[in-house]
Design a binder for this molecule. Structure first.
Ligand code: HBI
Ligand code: FE
Length: 283
């Protein structure tokens, strides 16, 4: 999950190591925590068969972590041989550079705390259910796993160039809210959608938002919303398209975009490959 959180962070950062990792402390979860996990998992399980991509659903079927909050080391025993990634436990949101450094080394930070029951439908800051249910199954896909590492390496470079805002838009419109074309129609692979109850049907079925073909520079220039459903979804043809987009050095892209006015989240451009023009008037 991304997006600025001006408010105080929820996690306990007092016992973290210099790289911001902590122990998961699985025994500290209460029966209520595990019950909330099962409720969240069951709700998503009723939706993902129709709206998530096969790559997500196939891994979910193999992993099967619905009985309670999973132990990170148990998942790591399966993830490492699959794509050489590992989960690291963190107290919550990390500084950008720390986050990028973990991704660049194939370490995915997973928040250890779970939301309150009152946040069943929406939470501002990523909790363990968002990070784990939304992000972890896709890390078992080799091409997507390589994309995530390339993104981390690119993030370190973007930090040096002061281009994090532009790169964060790429993360938002792919890793968090991305759609993919399939023979059965568009499906999602985005963690922010996969871990959400309402946005799963909306991103595929609603006529309100735009659905536009993936185009790197276009995305890096497009604003996003952090507290409503997305007004535009970008659609990749396959994960190869995503990974290939990260091959070139982004410095010329940042220079080309420097000082240019960003597009509003609901804009539709004449150069767009429009799969669906949303029903709200484009700003
Ligand atoms: N920290 N734990 C955690 N998880 C994220 O998804 C995350 C983060 N820090 C920053 C961040 N995402 C975004 O701003 C990235 O685009 C950098
Ligand atoms: Fe996320």
């Amino acid at each position: 999950m991304t997006g600025e959180t001006g408010h105080k962070l929820r996690g306990d950062y007092s016992r973290m190591r210099p790289d911001y990792t902590v122990d998961q402390d699985w025994d500290a979860y209460s029966p209520q925590d595990h019950e909330l996990w099962r409720r969240l998992y069951r709700r998503q399980l009723s939706l993902v068969p129709r709206y998530a991509c096969d790559e997500f659903n196939d891994t979910l079927a193999v992993l099967n972590f619905g009985e309670g909050i999973p132990r990170f080391d148990a998942i790591n025993a399966k993830l490492a041989p699959a794509t050489r990634w590992q989960l690291v436990a963190v107290p919550g949101l990390l500084p950008d550079l720390t986050f990028f450094d973990h991704l660049a080394n194939r370490r995915f930070p997973v928040t250890v705390w779970i939301r309150d029951p009152a946040e069943f439908d929406y939470i501002v800051e990523p909790d363990i259910f968002h990070d784990f249910f939304g992000h972890v199954p896709m890390l078992f896909n080799p091409v997507f796993a390589d994309y995530m590492q390339a993104y981390g390496k690119g993030g370190i470079k973007a930090h040096e160039l002061g281009a994090i805002e532009m790169l964060s838009r790429l993360y938002w419109y792919t890793v968090e809210f991305g759609l993919i074309e399939t023979p059965k129609g568009v499906r999602t692979y985005g963690a922010g959608i996969l871990s959400s109850g309402g946005e799963l049907p909306y991103c595929v079925e609603s006529r309100t938002p735009n659905r536009i073909g993936f185009e790197l520079l276009r995305i890096m220039r497009t604003l996003y919303k952090i507290d409503t459903f997305q007004e535009t979804y970008f659609v990749i043809r396959d994960f190869g398209e995503l990974f290939e987009a990260t091959a070139p050095d982004f410095t010329p892209y940042y220079e080309a975009l420097q000082g240019r006015e960003p597009y509003s989240a609901r804009a539709v451009l004449p150069t767009d490959r429009v799969l669906h023009r949303g029903e709200r008037a484009a700003a």
